[in-house]
Design a protein around this ligand. Structure first.
Ligand code: FE2
Ligand code: FE2
Length: 162
């Protein structure tokens, strides 16, 4: 990322990164790294994709990307894989003002595993960026590689069933 883009990215997400509840994601393990780092990776890929595709509301989408996994492990002990987007949305709503598009981006980021359909271009970008980043992280940090394999398996299964 160029310095100019890095400065713009930081300005877009600055207040979120200062939020105490959000900073706590630093201590949650996700794909072998912290959930804070995973969320930042997804937000950066989203920001750059939006810029490449010349999507006008890239700020709105980038902020939602950063908030897409805003949950702690003990908040979604049961079926975390399916239930965490709902919890992330609730936490994001409690801490920040969200637009309807941002709410859909968070709720639908696990599509096609989630029941919520993406309804705007930002949801498609974040959902794709999340899968791309998750696979990269699983491969790089090795330990939870099974998560990556399972993700691809379920992803394929869902598409075959539809
Ligand atoms: Fe997620
Ligand atoms: Fe994620």
């Amino acid at each position: 990322m160029t310095l100019k883009k890095e400065i713009e990215f930081n300005n877009i997400v600055n207040d979120i990164l200062k939020n105490k509840e959000f900073i706590a994601l630093k201590y949650e393990i996700h794909h072998g790294i912290s959930r804070l780092d995973h969320s930042l990776n997804v937000a950066k890929v989203t920001y750059q994709t939006c810029k490449k595709l010349k999507i006008k509301n890239y700020e709105e989408i980038t902020r939602a990307a950063l908030l897409h996994d805003f949950f702690k492990n003990d908040e979604v002990a049961d079926k975390a894989f399916l239930n965490h987007p709902g919890k992330a949305l609730k936490n994001a709503q409690e801490n920040f003002n969200l637009t309807p598009k941002q709410e859909n981006i968070i709720a639908a980021h696990m599509f096609p595993m989630s029941k919520v359909m993406p309804t705007n271009i930002g949801s498609w970008v974040v959902s794709s960026a999340d899968k791309f980043v998750a696979l990269y992280e699983c491969a790089k940090f090795k330990a939870p590689i099974k998560v990556g394999a399972t993700l691809i398996f379920i992803f394929n299964l869902c598409f075959i069933q539809r």
